[in-house]
Structures are given as C-alpha cells and as structure tokens.
Design a protein around this ligand. Structure first.
Ligand code: 5GP
Ligand code: ZN
Length: 115
C-alpha cells in the first residue's frame, strides 16, 4: 500500500496523534498553517467523498463528531475554527486518502480561488 495516510494508520510512518478510535485517526499536520492544524481521516481508505457510497456515509458524521470533540477539548469552539476537505486536482488534494483539515488558533485568511 503506497498511501502515506494508510502508512500513518498502520504505524509505518510516525505521527502525533490527537485522537484515535476504531474508525478514525486524528493527527497533527506535518506542515501546520495555523496553531491548531489537525487532519482527521477514516481508517478505511477512500480517495475522496466521491468514493464513499451512501451505505458508508455515516463515517462522515463520525468524522464531524470527532472534530466537535477535538475543538471543544482545546477551547476552539469559543474562538472559531475551519474545516477543509480538498477534493481532486482543482481542489488541490495532494494526499489521495480523504482527510479533513481542522484549523484554529488565529484569524484565518479567506482564500479566494479567483486570485
Ligand atoms: P491536501 O493538500 O491533500 O488537502 O493536504 C495534505 C496534507 O497532508 C498537507 O497539509 C500536508 O502537510 C500533510 N501531510 C503530508 N504528508 C504528511 C505526513 O507524512 N505526516 C503528516 N502528519 N502530515 C502530512
Ligand atoms: Zn490510504
């Protein structure tokens, strides 16, 4: 398996874990762009939301439950945060294992795709 995030899940590549259960792993991004920059991924490999059938869509609700827990634990529910899920080439998705970026801890610039 050449997927870098699958390697993080199976421990071949180390990561700083923030949360883990049987379905999901959350870990610090190696190249953070905010004081909090966590990636939340399903343990099962899906390339993007496009690969997840309706029958498996509950994993997305679960990921959001985990994000809710992480931001509350760190107090960012009060100050705000951003969830980003890049999909495909135009979405600038580099790692082809679905992941949700959670950014917090500073006023985040709004990216304008037209610029
Ligand atoms: P994307 O551009 O695909 O939405 O985001 C991929 C993210 O994965 C990037 O923010 C990048 O810094 C992060 N990343 C890539 N390789 C590694 C790694 O080996 N470990 C960790 N912790 N993050 C990684
Ligand atoms: Zn993977």
């Amino acid at each position: 398996m050449s997927c870098i995030f699958c390697k993080i899940i199976n421990g071949e590549i180390p990561s700083n874990k923030v949360y883990e259960d049987d379905k999901v792993l959350a870990f610090n991004d190696i190249n953070p762009v905010a004081p909090l920059h966590v990636l939340v991924i399903p343990k099962k490999h899906y390339e993007s939301i496009i690969d997840i059938g309706e029958e498996n869509m509950e994993i997305i609700a679960h990921i959001h439950k985990v994000i809710n827990k992480i931001v509350k634990e760190k107090g960012y529910d009060k100050t705000g945060f951003r969830i980003i899920n890049n999909c495909g080439d135009d979405g600038c998705q580099e790692v082809k294992h679905i992941h949700y970026h959670v950014l917090a801890g500073k006023k985040l610039d709004w990216y304008d795709a037209e610029k």
